[in-house]
Design a protein around this ligand. Structure first.
Ligand SMILES: CC(C)(COP(=O)(O)OP(=O)(O)OC[C@H]1O[C@@H](n2cnc3c(N)ncnc32)[C@H](O)[C@@H]1OP(=O)(O)O)[C@@H](O)C(=O)NCCC(=O)NCCS
Length: 134
């Protein structure tokens, strides 16, 4: 199968569909619209002109960035699309973020093996990732 990774921010509809279909938590249309507006960089992966994956970088544009919303539809997983998405996001960071930028992410399950290929390492025990939901 052939895939194309395009630099673009997903629409609210595509974003909400891809997240849920890939097993990530749902977001309301209002939350998605507000969040997508704050995108620093994003890509959408296509197969047969249909969106099948995405990834985004959010952040302040200078000091701190986070990789979020990484997902590929189950029927297209394990075919290298996730790696192409990560490579595109990392290239943008390497080209446009200051060398002092701190780039973080939260890896769910086996996705840690993907991120490790792009230089991400566990922060523990020196630093512990912390999170909460409202
Ligand atoms: C995580 C996800 C985006 C990866 O996308 P993908 O297209 O399946 O990934 P790729 O085919 O490009 O493979 C990525 C690499 O991850 C690694 N990997 C993926 N799953 C793995 C597993 N279960 N065990 C070990 N390594 C694994 C592999 O090393 C692979 O690299 P390799 O081909 O050099 O061995 C996708 O599986 C997904 O959408 N999962 C559900 C949503 C999710 O959990 N998103 C991540 C939130 S942090």
């Amino acid at each position: 199968m052939t895939y194309e990774v395009r630099v673009e921010t997903p629409s609210v509809e595509v974003y909400r569909h891809l997240r849920v279909a890939a097993g990530l938590s749902p977001k309301s249309a209002a939350a998605a619209a507000a969040g997508l507006h704050g995108t620093w960089h994003a890509v959408v992966a296509y197969h047969d002109e249909q969106p099948i994956g995405m990834g985004r970088v959010i952040g302040d544009g200078g000091t701190a960035f986070q990789i979020v919303d990484m997902c590929v539809l189950p029927e297209h997983q394990s075919r290298g699309v996730g790696k192409r998405i990560m490579a595109a996001l990392m290239q943008q960071l390497l080209d446009h973020a200051p060398s002092t930028a701190y780039i973080s992410l939260i890896a769910d399950g086996a996705a840690r093996h993907l991120y490790a290929q792009y230089g991400f390492a566990e922060t523990a025990p020196e630093s512990i990732g912390m999170a909460r939901r409202l």
